[in-house]
Design a protein around this ligand. Sequence first.
Ligand SMILES: [Zn+2]
Length: 323
Amino acid sequence: MNRHNSEQYTKIKKSHFFNSVFVQPGVYSCAIDCFLEVSTYLFLPVLSKLSARSQFPELLFAAASDYQNQGGNPSLLAGIREPVWSYLRERCSSFQARDCNASFSQIFEEKTFGKLNPDEVSLFATQRLFESYCPTCNKNVNLNSNIFLTYVSQSGLEKFRYDKISWPLYVSSIHTEPGKLRCGNCRSLTDEPLATSVVNSKFLFIEFAPEALAGLIMYDKIEVGNCWYNLKTLVRCYQSHFTCGIVSDQKWLYFDDLLQTVREFPSLEAMQRDIPGGWFFAVFELNGHSSSTNRIEMPVSQDYEMSHKFDSFNVNVKSPHKT
Ligand SMILES: [Zn+2]
């Protein structure tokens, strides 16, 4: 293939979700369609190995297996999509109207995933345990917290004194450094907290703020808390429309639910060169440990809480991205 050719992709016939706007004017499904493509390629293989699944993982498992088994017929696909979409409409405010204002990253919040069993938590959230000491109360302060989505913004990078190209170091800091702990008893800030246990999740979800996107370098491999992660998916929001790229057999498949065909690119660079801008959401998958000490076991106590100052770094950040 000519590298300088403007068309660096191959159009392939492959069943995929089609936007609901084709059959219901004014109803847009591109956010949920991208999520279901990602769920099928990334989550289905691991969800199928679980002996028990909670409500949301079971919904995803059912939809993704049906899609894989009987995909192709657009009306069947709409039926496969509906239960997951309906679940998201109940829990994610931006999905309620089924219009162009869905916020993709609302899916990746703890309240959307709902109650998960320990195996499921280890797939979707990094679990952290911190320990500190309250000098006022003369007692130990422990904090147990999970991270589902990591939000990379300019102000967040600046707070940690990282430049934009070093965003993986920022993500690693967010996942391993405790920020500040507040004593649950007297509310005062505790002494320097220590991370006593960090268990890295199977999947890592990272959203980039709009101002962080310009000139952003996307890496296909990053190290977070002593673990290597490989880039598996990029989601794009451009002119109020969500599309996604997913790694499959070392190629990048590009799904656009307004198009009949799926595009296959030889590399991430080729895909981003052909479809520039708007790649705001990344999913990485755990590849292996870079050292043998990613987990330290400590007794758990949850009667203390984290200060609000730290919360602003990670989960539940309102997303400016719209469909
Ligand atoms: Zn105290």
